[in-house]
Design a protein around this ligand. Structure first.
Ligand code: NAG
Ligand code: NAG
Ligand code: NAG
Ligand code: NAG
Ligand code: NAG
Ligand code: NAG
Ligand code: NAG
Ligand code: NAG
Ligand code: NAG
Length: 454
């Protein structure tokens, strides 16, 4: 070794740069949403986002569910799974089956527990992440609503093990996230999911935080919060009882309220839209064209009015399935289920607001924060509304670090993940033509120590 020492280390140009970025970061992912909500049987109204499973990472557009915590991917060899991007475990070198049947399996929807690497984007990655590999997706209700896989955003309030193992908890525990928060835009204008920070470009107005409460596991929703009420056309609260509690649901295409009759029978609430027809499925319909009538409905949360959009949301397209030709269904349903909560805020609401979820960590409960999606049809008067109160523990739990770095994006990741993070000079090519190389990061790393030669 005359004068030259070989030391194991890293390829300076490549890995040191990556290590420098290894601190807390955040990601901004494009979500896929339907341009408009439709009651057509074959319409897929729900929201998917790209996640990457295995090594090398495989892109799967998992379906986003705000009301549950399950992480699942549909297996490539799944029987009757719906969707178009599945996970092929035979191609992953880090895949491990835990050989345990998923405990929520049914005869028509089942799978088993597995461990593999799950990559969100950029450096946001968790190895040995437990998830469910679905291999039987025959259940028609499930297959209509969940395609490719399932990304449950909620940390389970009744199972601390599940909550600690949640993808977000794992990223947070590993110090990878700038903040324990996600931001969501479900609107067709710019649908996004941010993880680790709220992007100031995504919303307008003050973030209106309310605590997520999960009083009882027998409730239909585990992500409930108090609302002031629902308002109609003339801006007055629709009398629906006191102490209303609402839950968010991204797998539900309506808004269900305690009694639709109060709304439909008073023009003060429903506006001058005439008398509804009711289909055999209890769906309300109004005489319509693409843009009229305007269906007025406002959810008021902690003193702030959130308009629920009519076009492409509450007002459905004039579809062949409407019960009467020339009528359009609307997405307001009677919540005949007497179990709490009183109000289910589904996609028409989610597509009309900006939602943040500050997920629970050791000393903080969970919170939802609401604001207005930037670029939406909102007046300055709406945007400048201020919340009535601030949650206790705001200073401790809701002081978020604003992002300064650019977010990791999954679109870039898709190509980068298979390639090296840096660029390299290749023997025989001009110095200037540096190229990214596939698999470089997997080679044993050495550094040429030429100190002795200087
Ligand atoms: C995920 O969905 C997007 C938008 O529909 C599409 O461009 C992309 O190819 C999908 N990914 C896969 C792996 O199918
Ligand atoms: C699961 O079963 C396979 C095949 O029998 C085995 O190779 C693997 O080690 C098992 N995994 C665990 C976690 O027991
Ligand atoms: C699966 O992942 C969990 C969580 O990281 C870990 O505790 C467990 O040992 C892993 N199991 C196997 C078989 O790799
Ligand atoms: C809690 O979650 C863990 C991990 O997902 C699971 O193994 C366990 O069965 C769950 N416990 C209950 C009581 O559901
Ligand atoms: C709105 O309409 C309802 C029902 O018709 C009525 O009771 C209420 O007083 C009206 N509010 C206003 C501000 O006009
Ligand atoms: C829809 O109907 C309204 C009221 O009848 C009318 O003013 C409007 O021009 C119609 N729009 C279209 C696109 O037909
Ligand atoms: C809505 O559901 C409630 C509770 O089951 C019931 O009392 C009410 O009559 C229903 N209203 C309509 C319009 O179906
Ligand atoms: C914008 O909102 C107003 C109500 O504030 C409504 O009348 C109008 O139709 C909406 N426009 C669009 C394009 O949705
Ligand atoms: C290179 O070698 C010199 C002399 O042996 C040593 O002092 C130095 O620490 C080495 N550099 C690195 C980066 O290991």
């Amino acid at each position: 070794m005359s004068g030259v020492a070989f030391v194991t280390g890293c390829i300076l140009a490549g890995s040191l740069l990556v290590n420098a970025q290894d601190g807390p970061s955040w990601a901004s992912l494009p979500m896929n949403v339907a341009p408009s909500l439709s009651d057509d049987f074959d319409a897929f109204n729900y929201v998917t986002v790209p996640m990457f499973f295995g090594t090398p990472p495989q892109e799967v557009n998992v379906t986003v569910d705000v009301a549950a915590g399950l992480l699942a991917a549909y297996a490539l060899d799944c029987v009757l799974c719906s969707g178009n991007s599945f996970f092929d475990q035979t191609l992953s070198t880090t895949y491990e089956s835990l050989n345990t049947t998923w405990d929520k399996s049914t005869a028509t929807f089942s799978g088993y527990e597995v461990n593999d690497t799950v990559l969100v984007a950029g450096n946001l990655q968790v190895s040995d992440k437990e998830f469910v590999l679905i291999n039987n997706g025959a259940d028609q209700t499930m297959s209509a609503r969940v395609q490719n896989g399932h990304l449950g955003l909620l940390l389970d309030p009744f199972n601390s093990t599940a909550s600690t193992e949640h993808l977000f908890s794992r990223l947070h525990q590993a110090g990878q996230l700038l903040n324990p928060v996600v931001g969501m835009r479900f609107d067709p204008v710019n649908p996004r999911l941010t993880i680790g920070a709220l992007d100031p470009n995504d919303y307008e107005g003050t973030i209106n935080w309310v605590q997520v409460e999960s009083p009882d596991s027998s409730w239909d929703f585990w992500n409930t919060f108090k609302i002031d009420g629902l308002k109609g056309y003339n801006g007055s609260f629709i009398p629906q009882g006191d102490n209303l509690i609402a839950g968010l649901d991204s797998l539900y295409i309506g808004v269900s309220i305690p009694n639709t009759y109060t709304y439909t029978s008073n023009e003060g609430y429903s506006g001058p839209i005439g008398t509804p027809a009711t289909s055999p499925y209890q769906t309300l319909s109004y005489q319509c064209n693409e843009t009229t009538p305007y269906i007025p409905l406002i959810a008021t949360i902690n003193g702030v009015d959130y308009q629920i959009d009519s076009k492409d949301n509450l007002l459905r397209p004039l579809a062949p399935v409407a019960p009467i030709m020339g009528y359009c269904n609307i997405g307001i349903y009677n919540r005949s289920d007497t179990a709490l909560p009183n109000v289910a805020l589904g996609l028409p609401f989610l597509r009309s607001v900006y939602v943040a979820y500050r997920f629970p960590t050791d000393n903080c409960p969970g919170y939802y924060g609401f604001a207005f999606p930037a670029g939406a049809n909102r007046t300055q008067a709406q945007i400048s509304q201020t919340p009535t109160s601030k949650p206790t523990n705001s200073a401790q739990c809701l002081s978020l670090t604003a992002p300064t770095s650019t977010p990791s994006s999954s679109v870039v990741t898709a190509q980068e993940s298979l390639q090296s993070h840096g660029k390299y000079v290749v023997y025989g090519r001009p110095q200037a033509s540096e190229v990214p190389l596939m698999g470089v990061d997997d080679f044993p790393k050495i550094v040429w120590n030429s100190t002795d030669l200087e």
